[in-house]
Ligand binder design. Sequence first.
Ligand SMILES: [Zn+2]
Length: 255
Amino acid sequence: MGKNMKCLLSFGIWRPTLRRLPTRGAVALTFDDGPSPETTPRLLDQLAAAKAKATFFVSGVRAVANRDLVAAMIEGGHAVYGHGWEHVHLEYDPQRAVDDMRRVEDELSRLRPTPPVYLLRLPYNAGYARAAMHQAMAAFHPNFQFACWSHSTFDYRIAECCRSPGDLPILCRAAADALRRSRDLDGGIVLMHEKSFGGPPPLNAEVAPVLLPMVLEVLAQRGLRSVTLPPLEAVRPLYRWILPTMSRLPDPFAG
Ligand SMILES: [Zn+2]
């Protein structure tokens, strides 16, 4: 356990929380905040060229506006889950989070069956460490798991850190190099964004299509496949009582 990690205790309330893959030899690339006509078609082409699969946590408002892009994700063999309706922070409003997840999944279930185990990632990763959210979400799906990550690319910071568009590939390269240097990349879950809600336009739509080929190159060099995020099958018996919180990774673009 990392030195910054804490544990939260509950009376048997916590649901499973994913941070790493159960097996070695692969990583799971995950994209939040899509779909977007500016990013999704390019990302799907890049993933297909590398024979890589990814997991998309799509925003409800963007999914209804771009149903064809969600269909293309599914067609490409990628996994698709909801990422709330609007991109609002619902840490303290579990009922709204449940309502929003129902709304986005109503939309997604027209395009693919609702998964028997639902991987849940709310905007800003809200609620993964709140017992009230774990309890409430059972009303959305009886069998859900919070999908956290082991490696953030901090890509949502890249657009705001660019002083000119020429900085973008340099900062993307730095983000990919951080993955390249990571000793525990094997089996990791990587957080990326499509047109991050946090980044300033128009550059926020340019980050993912520049960064993804660099990340795929790192995976190829390390001999790692990119797979869709699998739900946890074997869960430690104490998981319902003890929740390790996520360790804070250093932000390479800070300061
Ligand atoms: Zn998000």
